[in-house]
Write a protein that binds this ligand. Structure first.
Ligand code: C5P
Length: 218
């Protein structure tokens, strides 16, 4: 079955966040954050399968179904995505989505899918509101970047399957550890289309973000 296969890397330990479980497994508005993500994708007719790389310790506790498959993650986010790719053989398009972004909308996803069909690779981007400095290791400011040239990357990011495979294989060969597949694709010369992102599609990063996300989900 073709369609969009979605990979949701969730194998991080989330040590910065606190709590007994990684943040993506903590309860948000009544269910684990990861479940908000898998359910929204699963209910979308464009999506043929959702693949969730998780840490080995959690894998045994996860129940895979036809459309949601939990697989063993890797050492890094990128390695976890590569593990997920192995389960996406039949995909025409592959999406990669952060487990920590439970507020994405299907409209946004579809806009990125449409752009990826046309351009090969696409992601949502929002303008940067803060001034961004490149910093020195001693905590002083090295250089102020031109904000008009900056965009903050969100997910879901969507790729023609062949492009994502090529990008990740090249990154692996060249020893590059990317945290953003769209950035890697651009680095390797692919055209990557930016679509207008959604400020609500925030990445749950600090405990305070839980309350914000719950108010949006309510
Ligand atoms: O830790 P960080 O915020 O960079 O992780 C980004 C995403 O990648 C998280 O969803 C995390 O669960 C995932 N990840 C993973 N495998 C790893 C490390 C992180 O799937 N080994």
């Amino acid at each position: 079955m073709s369609g969009v296969v979605v990979i949701v890397p969730a194998a991080g330990t989330g040590s910065r966040f606190g709590g007994a479980l990684p943040k993506q497994f903590q309860t948000l508005a009544g269910k684990p954050m990861i479940q908000h993500v898998t359910e929204r994708f699963m209910h979308d007719a464009l999506v043929s399968r959702v693949i969730v790389p998780v840490a080995d310790v959690l894998l045994a506790k996860m129940k895979s179904s036809d459309r949601v498959r939990f697989v063993a993650g890797g050492e890094t986010r990128m390695q976890s995505v590569i593990r997920g790719l192995a389960e996406a053989d039949d995909a025409e398009l592959i999406a990669v989505h952060d487990a920590a972004r439970p507020l994405f909308s299907i409209e946004l996803f579809h806009a990125v899918v449409d752009a990826a069909r046309e351009f090969g690779a696409a992601l949502p981007v929002i303008p940067v509101a803060d001034t961004i400095h490149r910093m020195n290791t001693d905590g002083t400011v090295a250089q102020t970047l031109d904000r008009s040239m900056l965009g903050a990357a969100q997910t879901p990011q969507v790729f023609r399957a062949q492009i994502l495979r090529d990008v990740l294989a090249r990154a692996q060969r060249e020893g590059i550890e990317g945290t953003d597949e769209a950035g890697l694709a651009a680095r390797f010369g692919y055209r990557v289309r930016a679509v207008t992102g959604d400020p609500r599609n925030l990445k749950i990063t600090i405990p305070e973000d839980f309350a914000i996300a719950e108010s949006y989900l309510a």
